[in-house]
Ligand binder design. Sequence first.
Ligand SMILES: [Zn+2]
Length: 456
Amino acid sequence: MVQGTHCGGRDGQRGATLLLGIEGLSVASVTVVADGVRVVEVVTDDESAAGCPRCGVLSRSVKERVVTRPRDIPYGAAPVALVWHKTRWRCREQACPRGSFTESIPAVPARSRLTRRLRAECGAGVAQRFSCVLAGAEHYRVSWPVAHAAYVAHVAAELAAPPPSVAVLGIDETRRGKPKWARDPVTGRWAVVADRWHTGIVDAAGTGGLLGHIDGRTAAKVSEWLTAQPPAWRAGITHVTIDLSASYAKAVADALPNAAVVADRFHLVRLANDMVTEVRQRATRDARDRRGRKRDPEWAGRRRLLTAHERLDPAAFARLWNSLVDAGDPGLEVLHAYTVKENLRQLLALAGTDPDRALIRERLWRLYDQAAASPSPEVHRFAGTIEAWWPAIEAAITTGYSNARSEGYNRLAKHQSRNAFGFRNVDNHRRRVRWACTRQHRRASATTSEVPGQVR
Ligand SMILES: [Zn+2]
């Protein structure tokens, strides 16, 4: 042990106390020991610390002296070790059931091994600067549970706050991990026990970010979340973008009866592409009695069939077209389905262009016309879906709203999971993802910049 220099005299002690800056503690001495660790011996400098926590009466009867070593924020390159000489007092109040108590001050709460400011800085650090809880715990030299609790305390208040006002709400599903299967002991059949679908609720047109993260994707779960929000917030919502999910539509109808449902354009295109693939696979089976092979023209063109028409160069498209026409019935059937898909894409391309009603009608009729002439049941089913959802699809075209933003949040959520090497705890995962996906909103609404380590 290397004995270092004491800070000398009363002025030195006062200076060291100021430098330490923990209210209620005054520095008795500072010594440098092995490895450059600065040991700061402190004593209580707060009269009310001798107040019994039960009855509030100040005590003058010392029971014993105890020493604690609360951890504090890093200060400089070398570690600082706080050694706090406390008193254990006897409570002399007759009516008080408390026998004795140790001093505690607001800056270091009772039974806490951390100063309040370390807890605050660690929580803010994990929330804002570190990729995961472990990285923050290592930086502040605290355990993972301590760092995590500090982080939860930091974000809890803000995440529990009512959501910012939103005009266009987006509801979208995401999957977390793989489904879990279990065998029913009675019937011996396998069934999904944990289908890990989540529902994300986002501000689809503003900066509110991810507003809610629901476990499951049923109408009841979503509607329960929506009805739990303040009535004023719900009343402010004019539109809700969803994929073509009947349960989300039901949840919106139940909980937000005044909002218009908007079908998400990207899901519609995906539905059309799936329809083309179904037609191709079934037509091949019908005509050839087997799955597609490399030499079948419709199989060779399967990727080009799903590519947007305007992205194909004319020569490639002509080759595709001719090879399908040459293939006879299955080829023509696939071409027909492809045309219907492109009709839908042309219709949706009007979104956000403030289109004329007549133009929308014209393109819709072209789609229906083509679909009606098609021999494929898949195409007819697709046209039926368009018809059933038409008001929501028309709203997507006239308003230009979509769920594109939730795709970005899904990506952020995956990024968070990767940083933490996965989450075993659903609550932790959800909290982390929501925090990451509301960053933009906090930036937009911050009046003062938040500095890590600020004691609040
Ligand atoms: Zn007492």
